[in-house]
Design a protein around this ligand. Structure first.
Ligand SMILES: Cc1cc2nc3c(=O)[nH]c(=O)nc-3n(C[C@H](O)[C@H](O)[C@H](O)COP(=O)(O)OP(=O)(O)OC[C@H]3O[C@@H](n4cnc5c(N)ncnc54)[C@H](O)[C@@H]3O)c2cc1C
Length: 373
Protein backbone atom coordinates (compact mmCIF):
# COMPACT_ATOMS: atom_id res chain seq x y z
CA UNK A 1 0.00 0.00 0.00
CA UNK A 2 1.55 3.35 -0.94
CA UNK A 3 1.84 5.70 2.02
CA UNK A 4 0.62 8.56 -0.17
CA UNK A 5 -2.01 9.03 -2.86
CA UNK A 6 -1.60 10.32 -6.41
CA UNK A 7 -3.57 13.43 -5.40
CA UNK A 8 -1.20 14.10 -2.49
CA UNK A 9 1.79 13.69 -4.80
CA UNK A 10 0.31 16.13 -7.34
CA UNK A 11 -0.39 18.66 -4.61
CA UNK A 12 3.14 18.31 -3.23
CA UNK A 13 4.70 18.94 -6.65
CA UNK A 14 2.46 21.99 -7.15
CA UNK A 15 3.59 23.36 -3.78
CA UNK A 16 7.22 22.64 -4.66
CA UNK A 17 6.90 24.41 -8.02
CA UNK A 18 5.20 27.46 -6.46
CA UNK A 19 7.76 27.66 -3.68
CA UNK A 20 10.68 27.20 -6.08
CA UNK A 21 9.42 29.96 -8.35
CA UNK A 22 8.74 32.36 -5.49
CA UNK A 23 11.44 31.65 -2.90
CA UNK A 24 14.31 29.76 -4.55
CA UNK A 25 14.81 30.75 -8.22
CA UNK A 26 15.11 34.49 -7.45
CA UNK A 27 18.25 33.75 -5.38
CA UNK A 28 19.95 31.38 -7.84
CA UNK A 29 22.44 33.96 -9.10
CA UNK A 30 23.04 35.78 -5.81
CA UNK A 31 23.76 32.51 -3.97
CA UNK A 32 26.49 31.69 -6.43
CA UNK A 33 28.07 35.11 -5.99
CA UNK A 34 27.69 35.22 -2.19
CA UNK A 35 28.71 31.57 -1.72
CA UNK A 36 25.90 31.03 0.76
CA UNK A 37 22.17 30.71 1.16
CA UNK A 38 20.54 34.11 1.79
CA UNK A 39 19.80 35.04 5.41
CA UNK A 40 16.70 33.25 6.68
CA UNK A 41 16.53 31.04 3.55
CA UNK A 42 17.04 27.71 5.36
CA UNK A 43 14.59 28.63 8.17
CA UNK A 44 11.94 29.40 5.56
CA UNK A 45 12.67 26.18 3.68
CA UNK A 46 12.38 24.23 6.94
CA UNK A 47 8.94 25.74 7.60
CA UNK A 48 7.65 24.35 4.27
CA UNK A 49 7.93 20.80 5.65
CA UNK A 50 10.10 19.74 2.68
CA UNK A 51 12.75 18.33 5.05
CA UNK A 52 10.32 15.58 6.06
CA UNK A 53 8.81 14.60 2.70
CA UNK A 54 10.45 11.13 2.60
CA UNK A 55 10.35 10.55 6.36
CA UNK A 56 7.78 7.89 7.30
CA UNK A 57 4.58 9.22 8.85
CA UNK A 58 5.34 7.44 12.16
CA UNK A 59 8.20 9.93 12.61
CA UNK A 60 6.06 12.92 11.70
CA UNK A 61 7.08 12.99 8.04
CA UNK A 62 4.95 12.97 4.90
CA UNK A 63 5.98 9.43 3.89
CA UNK A 64 6.49 10.00 0.15
CA UNK A 65 8.37 7.25 -1.69
CA UNK A 66 11.69 7.36 -3.63
CA UNK A 67 10.15 8.39 -6.97
CA UNK A 68 8.29 11.40 -5.59
CA UNK A 69 11.24 12.39 -3.40
CA UNK A 70 13.58 12.39 -6.40
CA UNK A 71 11.06 14.28 -8.53
CA UNK A 72 10.79 16.98 -5.85
CA UNK A 73 14.57 17.49 -6.05
CA UNK A 74 14.33 17.51 -9.86
CA UNK A 75 11.80 20.35 -9.69
CA UNK A 76 13.72 22.34 -7.05
CA UNK A 77 16.93 22.02 -9.10
CA UNK A 78 15.18 23.72 -12.04
CA UNK A 79 15.36 26.82 -9.87
CA UNK A 80 18.58 26.22 -7.94
CA UNK A 81 20.80 23.14 -7.66
CA UNK A 82 22.39 24.09 -4.31
CA UNK A 83 19.05 23.95 -2.49
CA UNK A 84 18.32 20.55 -4.04
CA UNK A 85 21.77 19.23 -3.06
CA UNK A 86 21.30 20.33 0.57
CA UNK A 87 18.08 18.27 0.61
CA UNK A 88 19.85 15.38 -1.15
CA UNK A 89 22.50 15.25 1.62
CA UNK A 90 19.74 15.34 4.24
CA UNK A 91 17.56 12.64 2.62
CA UNK A 92 20.38 10.13 1.96
CA UNK A 93 21.39 10.40 5.63
CA UNK A 94 17.83 9.87 6.88
CA UNK A 95 17.67 6.82 4.59
CA UNK A 96 20.67 5.21 6.35
CA UNK A 97 19.19 5.83 9.82
CA UNK A 98 15.95 4.25 8.59
CA UNK A 99 17.81 1.24 7.20
CA UNK A 100 20.41 0.71 9.92
CA UNK A 101 19.43 2.64 13.08
CA UNK A 102 18.15 0.90 16.20
CA UNK A 103 14.48 1.59 17.06
CA UNK A 104 15.69 3.69 20.03
CA UNK A 105 17.95 5.84 17.81
CA UNK A 106 15.21 6.22 15.20
CA UNK A 107 12.69 7.30 17.83
CA UNK A 108 15.12 9.80 19.31
CA UNK A 109 16.44 11.30 16.08
CA UNK A 110 14.07 10.93 13.17
CA UNK A 111 11.21 13.16 14.40
CA UNK A 112 13.81 15.95 14.59
CA UNK A 113 14.68 15.45 10.89
CA UNK A 114 11.55 17.44 10.04
CA UNK A 115 13.29 20.60 11.15
CA UNK A 116 16.96 19.74 11.59
CA UNK A 117 19.33 19.05 8.70
CA UNK A 118 21.32 15.79 8.59
CA UNK A 119 24.60 14.97 6.81
CA UNK A 120 26.70 11.91 5.93
CA UNK A 121 30.45 12.15 6.50
CA UNK A 122 33.03 9.82 5.03
CA UNK A 123 35.73 11.88 3.30
CA UNK A 124 38.98 12.84 5.05
CA UNK A 125 42.09 14.68 3.90
CA UNK A 126 43.81 11.34 3.25
CA UNK A 127 41.29 10.53 0.51
CA UNK A 128 37.65 10.05 -0.35
CA UNK A 129 37.56 7.20 -2.87
CA UNK A 130 39.32 4.77 -0.55
CA UNK A 131 37.33 4.49 2.71
CA UNK A 132 40.05 2.32 4.29
CA UNK A 133 42.35 5.34 4.08
CA UNK A 134 40.46 7.23 6.81
CA UNK A 135 41.99 7.91 10.23
CA UNK A 136 38.88 8.70 12.33
CA UNK A 137 38.32 6.17 15.09
CA UNK A 138 35.72 5.04 17.60
CA UNK A 139 37.28 3.34 20.63
CA UNK A 140 35.34 1.34 23.17
CA UNK A 141 35.64 2.71 26.73
CA UNK A 142 33.46 0.79 29.18
CA UNK A 143 29.82 1.06 28.02
CA UNK A 144 30.58 3.89 25.60
CA UNK A 145 32.39 4.74 22.40
CA UNK A 146 34.83 7.63 22.10
CA UNK A 147 35.04 9.19 18.63
CA UNK A 148 38.00 11.18 17.30
CA UNK A 149 38.65 12.43 13.80
CA UNK A 150 38.37 15.09 11.15
CA UNK A 151 36.02 14.94 8.15
CA UNK A 152 36.27 17.32 5.20
CA UNK A 153 34.14 18.27 2.17
CA UNK A 154 30.90 17.31 3.91
CA UNK A 155 27.70 18.50 2.19
CA UNK A 156 25.78 20.56 4.79
CA UNK A 157 28.91 20.58 6.98
CA UNK A 158 28.43 23.61 9.24
CA UNK A 159 24.69 23.74 8.50
CA UNK A 160 23.53 20.27 9.58
CA UNK A 161 22.94 19.40 13.22
CA UNK A 162 23.18 15.60 12.90
CA UNK A 163 26.06 13.72 11.24
CA UNK A 164 26.54 10.06 10.36
CA UNK A 165 30.31 9.50 10.52
CA UNK A 166 32.42 6.70 9.07
CA UNK A 167 35.15 5.64 11.51
CA UNK A 168 37.50 2.75 12.15
CA UNK A 169 36.55 0.52 15.09
CA UNK A 170 39.62 -1.69 14.41
CA UNK A 171 42.52 -1.23 11.96
CA UNK A 172 40.59 -2.87 9.10
CA UNK A 173 37.03 -2.46 10.40
CA UNK A 174 34.78 0.41 9.25
CA UNK A 175 31.66 1.36 11.20
CA UNK A 176 29.20 4.27 11.17
CA UNK A 177 28.08 6.24 14.23
CA UNK A 178 25.67 9.14 14.54
CA UNK A 179 26.80 12.29 16.32
CA UNK A 180 25.02 15.52 17.14
CA UNK A 181 26.59 18.96 16.81
CA UNK A 182 25.51 19.67 20.43
CA UNK A 183 27.73 16.89 21.81
CA UNK A 184 30.83 18.01 23.73
CA UNK A 185 33.90 17.65 21.51
CA UNK A 186 32.08 18.48 18.24
CA UNK A 187 33.14 21.53 16.24
CA UNK A 188 33.11 22.88 12.69
CA UNK A 189 36.27 23.62 10.70
CA UNK A 190 36.93 25.13 7.30
CA UNK A 191 34.20 25.68 4.73
CA UNK A 192 35.31 24.65 1.23
CA UNK A 193 35.65 27.37 -1.40
CA UNK A 194 34.18 25.18 -4.15
CA UNK A 195 33.64 26.48 -7.69
CA UNK A 196 30.06 25.19 -7.99
CA UNK A 197 26.94 24.50 -5.91
CA UNK A 198 28.09 27.56 -4.02
CA UNK A 199 24.91 28.05 -2.00
CA UNK A 200 25.36 24.67 -0.29
CA UNK A 201 27.75 24.75 2.63
CA UNK A 202 30.36 22.00 2.20
CA UNK A 203 32.75 21.88 5.09
CA UNK A 204 34.82 20.23 7.78
CA UNK A 205 33.69 18.67 11.04
CA UNK A 206 36.08 17.98 13.90
CA UNK A 207 35.39 15.28 16.49
CA UNK A 208 37.52 15.52 19.60
CA UNK A 209 36.69 12.86 22.16
CA UNK A 210 32.92 12.69 21.46
CA UNK A 211 31.32 10.13 23.79
CA UNK A 212 28.31 8.16 22.49
CA UNK A 213 26.49 5.03 23.63
CA UNK A 214 26.06 1.85 21.60
CA UNK A 215 22.68 2.99 20.25
CA UNK A 216 24.52 5.53 18.11
CA UNK A 217 26.09 2.74 16.04
CA UNK A 218 24.35 2.12 12.69
CA UNK A 219 24.02 -1.58 11.87
CA UNK A 220 26.73 -3.77 13.35
CA UNK A 221 30.42 -3.17 13.89
CA UNK A 222 32.10 -3.61 10.51
CA UNK A 223 29.04 -2.54 8.49
CA UNK A 224 30.65 0.81 7.59
CA UNK A 225 31.51 -0.13 4.00
CA UNK A 226 28.03 -1.45 3.27
CA UNK A 227 26.34 1.59 4.83
CA UNK A 228 28.66 3.96 2.94
CA UNK A 229 27.80 2.20 -0.35
CA UNK A 230 24.10 2.35 0.53
CA UNK A 231 24.35 6.10 1.19
CA UNK A 232 26.04 6.53 -2.19
CA UNK A 233 23.33 4.53 -3.96
CA UNK A 234 20.54 6.61 -2.41
CA UNK A 235 22.39 9.84 -3.11
CA UNK A 236 23.07 8.97 -6.75
CA UNK A 237 19.36 8.60 -7.57
CA UNK A 238 18.76 12.05 -6.09
CA UNK A 239 21.75 13.51 -7.93
CA UNK A 240 20.37 12.13 -11.20
CA UNK A 241 17.21 14.06 -10.37
CA UNK A 242 19.15 17.25 -9.56
CA UNK A 243 21.13 16.93 -12.80
CA UNK A 244 17.89 16.56 -14.75
CA UNK A 245 16.71 19.82 -13.15
CA UNK A 246 19.95 21.55 -14.13
CA UNK A 247 19.51 20.40 -17.74
CA UNK A 248 15.89 21.59 -17.79
CA UNK A 249 17.19 24.99 -16.67
CA UNK A 250 19.90 24.91 -19.38
CA UNK A 251 17.31 23.97 -21.99
CA UNK A 252 14.97 26.77 -20.97
CA UNK A 253 17.67 29.44 -21.06
CA UNK A 254 18.95 28.35 -24.46
CA UNK A 255 15.55 27.93 -26.13
CA UNK A 256 14.26 31.26 -24.71
CA UNK A 257 17.39 32.95 -26.01
CA UNK A 258 17.27 31.26 -29.43
CA UNK A 259 13.65 32.44 -29.87
CA UNK A 260 14.70 36.07 -29.35
CA UNK A 261 18.09 36.23 -31.05
CA UNK A 262 18.84 36.65 -34.74
CA UNK A 263 22.03 35.88 -36.66
CA UNK A 264 21.76 38.63 -39.28
CA UNK A 265 18.16 38.25 -40.44
CA UNK A 266 17.87 34.60 -39.51
CA UNK A 267 16.44 33.68 -36.11
CA UNK A 268 18.72 31.26 -34.20
CA UNK A 269 15.74 28.87 -34.08
CA UNK A 270 16.08 28.38 -37.84
CA UNK A 271 19.76 27.48 -37.84
CA UNK A 272 20.64 23.79 -38.02
CA UNK A 273 23.58 24.34 -35.71
CA UNK A 274 21.09 25.51 -33.04
CA UNK A 275 18.81 22.52 -33.72
CA UNK A 276 21.72 20.14 -33.15
CA UNK A 277 22.61 21.72 -29.81
CA UNK A 278 19.05 22.05 -28.52
CA UNK A 279 18.23 18.47 -29.54
CA UNK A 280 21.35 17.18 -27.80
CA UNK A 281 20.52 19.08 -24.59
CA UNK A 282 16.97 17.70 -24.69
CA UNK A 283 18.13 14.11 -25.27
CA UNK A 284 20.71 14.29 -22.46
CA UNK A 285 18.03 15.66 -20.13
CA UNK A 286 15.55 12.98 -21.06
CA UNK A 287 17.99 10.04 -20.78
CA UNK A 288 19.10 11.20 -17.33
CA UNK A 289 15.48 11.58 -16.24
CA UNK A 290 14.68 8.04 -17.38
CA UNK A 291 17.76 6.69 -15.58
CA UNK A 292 17.01 8.33 -12.22
CA UNK A 293 13.33 7.40 -12.43
CA UNK A 294 14.21 3.79 -13.25
CA UNK A 295 16.57 3.59 -10.23
CA UNK A 296 13.91 5.19 -7.99
CA UNK A 297 11.27 2.73 -9.22
CA UNK A 298 13.56 -0.23 -8.45
CA UNK A 299 14.23 1.19 -4.99
CA UNK A 300 10.51 1.65 -4.38
CA UNK A 301 9.88 -1.95 -5.47
CA UNK A 302 12.52 -3.27 -3.05
CA UNK A 303 14.77 -4.46 -5.89
CA UNK A 304 18.54 -3.84 -6.31
CA UNK A 305 19.21 -0.36 -7.71
CA UNK A 306 22.92 0.25 -7.18
CA UNK A 307 23.98 -0.05 -10.83
CA UNK A 308 21.05 2.02 -12.11
CA UNK A 309 21.73 4.74 -9.53
CA UNK A 310 25.40 4.87 -10.58
CA UNK A 311 24.30 5.16 -14.23
CA UNK A 312 21.96 8.05 -13.41
CA UNK A 313 24.75 10.05 -11.82
CA UNK A 314 27.63 8.98 -14.10
CA UNK A 315 25.63 9.66 -17.25
CA UNK A 316 23.77 12.68 -15.86
CA UNK A 317 26.80 14.58 -14.56
CA UNK A 318 28.70 14.52 -17.87
CA UNK A 319 25.44 15.08 -19.76
CA UNK A 320 24.68 18.23 -17.74
CA UNK A 321 28.22 19.60 -18.19
CA UNK A 322 28.03 18.97 -21.97
CA UNK A 323 24.49 20.37 -22.15
CA UNK A 324 25.71 23.47 -20.31
CA UNK A 325 28.53 23.81 -22.82
CA UNK A 326 26.04 23.67 -25.72
CA UNK A 327 23.75 26.17 -23.96
CA UNK A 328 26.72 28.51 -23.40
CA UNK A 329 27.58 28.33 -27.09
CA UNK A 330 24.00 29.21 -28.13
CA UNK A 331 24.18 32.31 -25.93
CA UNK A 332 27.80 32.82 -27.06
CA UNK A 333 29.20 36.01 -25.47
CA UNK A 334 26.27 36.26 -23.05
CA UNK A 335 26.70 32.60 -22.17
CA UNK A 336 30.28 33.27 -21.20
CA UNK A 337 29.21 36.13 -18.95
CA UNK A 338 28.46 35.84 -15.24
CA UNK A 339 25.34 37.92 -15.92
CA UNK A 340 23.67 34.76 -17.26
CA UNK A 341 23.34 31.56 -15.19
CA UNK A 342 24.67 29.12 -17.81
CA UNK A 343 28.30 29.25 -16.64
CA UNK A 344 27.38 28.52 -13.02
CA UNK A 345 25.11 25.64 -14.08
CA UNK A 346 28.17 24.02 -15.69
CA UNK A 347 30.13 24.52 -12.44
CA UNK A 348 27.20 23.13 -10.42
CA UNK A 349 26.89 20.03 -12.62
CA UNK A 350 30.66 19.44 -12.55
CA UNK A 351 30.53 18.81 -8.78
CA UNK A 352 28.45 15.71 -9.40
CA UNK A 353 31.27 14.02 -11.34
CA UNK A 354 33.08 14.01 -7.96
CA UNK A 355 30.63 14.06 -5.03
CA UNK A 356 28.97 10.78 -3.95
CA UNK A 357 31.73 8.81 -5.65
CA UNK A 358 33.75 9.92 -8.65
CA UNK A 359 32.64 8.97 -12.16
CA UNK A 360 35.70 6.73 -12.38
CA UNK A 361 34.53 4.76 -9.32
CA UNK A 362 30.98 4.61 -10.67
CA UNK A 363 32.14 3.29 -14.04
CA UNK A 364 34.08 0.56 -12.19
CA UNK A 365 30.93 -0.30 -10.21
CA UNK A 366 28.80 -0.42 -13.38
CA UNK A 367 31.38 -2.55 -15.23
CA UNK A 368 31.72 -4.97 -12.29
CA UNK A 369 27.93 -5.36 -12.16
CA UNK A 370 27.92 -6.14 -15.90
CA UNK A 371 30.72 -8.73 -15.49
CA UNK A 372 28.59 -10.64 -13.00
CA UNK A 373 25.65 -10.96 -15.44
C1 LIG B 1 30.32 19.22 -3.88
C2 LIG B 1 30.91 18.09 -3.09
C3 LIG B 1 30.18 17.56 -2.04
C4 LIG B 1 30.70 16.52 -1.26
N1 LIG B 1 29.97 16.02 -0.22
C5 LIG B 1 30.46 15.02 0.54
C6 LIG B 1 29.70 14.49 1.64
O1 LIG B 1 28.57 14.90 1.92
N2 LIG B 1 30.27 13.50 2.39
C7 LIG B 1 31.50 13.00 2.13
O2 LIG B 1 31.94 12.11 2.84
N3 LIG B 1 32.25 13.47 1.09
C8 LIG B 1 31.76 14.45 0.29
N4 LIG B 1 32.49 14.95 -0.78
C9 LIG B 1 33.80 14.41 -1.04
C10 LIG B 1 33.77 13.42 -2.19
O3 LIG B 1 33.04 12.26 -1.81
C11 LIG B 1 35.22 13.07 -2.59
O4 LIG B 1 35.80 14.24 -3.14
C12 LIG B 1 35.26 11.92 -3.57
O5 LIG B 1 34.87 10.73 -2.94
C13 LIG B 1 36.66 11.72 -4.14
O6 LIG B 1 37.62 11.69 -3.13
P1 LIG B 1 38.93 12.61 -3.26
O7 LIG B 1 38.50 14.00 -3.58
O8 LIG B 1 39.73 12.39 -2.04
O9 LIG B 1 39.69 12.05 -4.51
P2 LIG B 1 40.66 10.71 -4.60
O10 LIG B 1 39.96 9.63 -3.89
O11 LIG B 1 41.97 11.15 -4.07
O12 LIG B 1 40.69 10.48 -6.10
C14 LIG B 1 41.60 11.15 -7.00
C15 LIG B 1 41.40 10.62 -8.42
O13 LIG B 1 41.70 9.22 -8.47
C16 LIG B 1 40.59 8.48 -8.94
N5 LIG B 1 40.48 7.23 -8.19
C17 LIG B 1 40.74 7.03 -6.89
N6 LIG B 1 40.50 5.74 -6.54
C18 LIG B 1 40.06 5.12 -7.66
C19 LIG B 1 39.66 3.79 -7.96
N7 LIG B 1 39.66 2.83 -7.03
N8 LIG B 1 39.30 3.50 -9.23
C20 LIG B 1 39.31 4.45 -10.19
N9 LIG B 1 39.66 5.75 -9.95
C21 LIG B 1 40.04 6.06 -8.72
C22 LIG B 1 39.39 9.36 -8.66
O14 LIG B 1 38.32 9.03 -9.51
C23 LIG B 1 39.95 10.74 -8.90
O15 LIG B 1 39.93 11.04 -10.27
C24 LIG B 1 31.99 15.99 -1.57
C25 LIG B 1 32.72 16.50 -2.66
C26 LIG B 1 32.18 17.53 -3.43
C27 LIG B 1 32.96 18.06 -4.59
Amino acid sequence: MPATTAAAEKLLLQMVDDYTQREISPYDMSMDAAQDFPKGFVDKLTKTGFLGIMLPQEFGGAGFGPEVTATVLNHIARGNASTAVTLEGHFKTIDQILKYGTPALQQALLPTANDRIFAFSMTEASGGSNPMGISSTATREGDHWVINGDKIMITNGGLAQVYCVLVKTAPTELSVFVVDQDMPGFSFGKREDFIGLRGTPVGEIVMDHIVVDNDHLLGKLGDGGVIGDSAHDDARILMGAVLTGIMEHELKISTDYAKERKAGNTPLTELQVTHRKVADIAMRKETTKLLYQRAAQLKAAGQPYSEEAAMAKAHGSRAAVSAGDDALQILAGYGYSREYPVEHLIRDARAMEIAEGTVEKMRSAIAKAEFTK
